[in-house]
Design a protein around this ligand. Structure first.
Ligand code: ATP
Length: 242
């Protein structure tokens, strides 16, 4: 019931200066490396000297520190950063304390990783601006993939902390699948997919080709991959249309 992007709401900030990534575990290190690849400067911080050593040379700066200590954060200039990502998950106490300190230091754009909905709610109450749920999201996504019909499943909303307030009808996903057998050979215009299934075919990729936008005269080949948007139940129903 969650999506990392869904928690991107409210005010957005232009990234200035170094982005600080706290916690260089699997998630934090992947995030930091991708930010570097995108051309940002990154300061990676971890309490574990081994993790810091691993990322030395990969990130702009690395530092070993316990981020539940305010003086340590200030000594590293974290209070001057615009964007800080707290990537401590299983250490909930450290995650919450670190986030609380960042709020106190008036960091403008705090992102925090949560491992459960409760953890996420606490982080949001503490003042984190964005909360992401990578494990929960991946679990849900894989559940849709292991059944074999869908090749991709990305939920646009809601995040776990909002789940109770979002109407089931408002759910929306983008997915990828092989053309359901019944529609192989027909054009999108003739297939009447939107009327019957309330889903929209957004793009198509032939077996060995590139993605192109779907048009009314697009022919759905038997082994083509299609990108389909709609309510998750409708998408699953369409994928199962043999
Ligand atoms: P992942 O799944 O990303 O590997 P995780 O969700 O299991 O991580 P943790 O193991 O709690 O999360 O923490 C991730 C990283 O954060 C670890 O490398 C850990 O050393 C670091 N970390 C934990 N507590 C602190 C702290 N107080 N200060 C700085 N770094 C910390």
């Amino acid at each position: 019931m969650q999506n990392m992007l869904d928690s991107v709401r409210g005010e957005r900030f232009e990234h200035r200066g170094e982005i600080v990534v706290i916690g260089l575990g699997r998630f934090g290190s992947a995030l930091a490396l991708e930010l570097m690849r995108l051309g940002h400067s990154v300061l990676g911080i971890d309490a574990d000297p081994g993790k810091v050593d691993e990322m030395k040379g990969e990130l702009t700066h690395v530092a070993q520190a316990n981020t539940t200590n305010e003086r340590a954060l200030k000594a590293l200039g974290v209070h001057e950063a615009v964007t800080v990502a707290v990537c401590i998950g299983s250490g909930v106490e450290a995650s919450v304390l670190t986030t609380a300190l960042l709020v106190e230091l008036e960091v403008k754009n705090i992102w925090a990783k949560a491992i459960t909905a409760d953890h996420g709610r606490i982080l949001q109450k503490m003042g984190a601006h964005h909360v992401v749920y990578p494990e929960a999201e991946m679990g849900e996504r894989v559940a849709h993939l292991v059944t074999g019909r869908l090749e991709e499943f990305i939920r646009m909303n809601p995040s776990p902390s909002e789940a109770e307030t979002v109407e089931p009808d408002d759910e929306f996903v983008i997915s990828q699948m092989i053309v359901p057998q019944r529609f192989a050979g027909s054009t999108l215009g003739a297939a009447g997919i939107r009327a019957e299934f309330r889903v929209t075919v957004v793009a198509i990729r032939p077996e060995s080709g590139r993605y192109t936008y779907a048009e009314a005269d697009t022919v759905l080949g038997e082994a083509d991959h299609i990108v389909v948007a709609g309510h998750p139940d409708d998408v699953e129903r369409f994928a199962a249309a043999d």
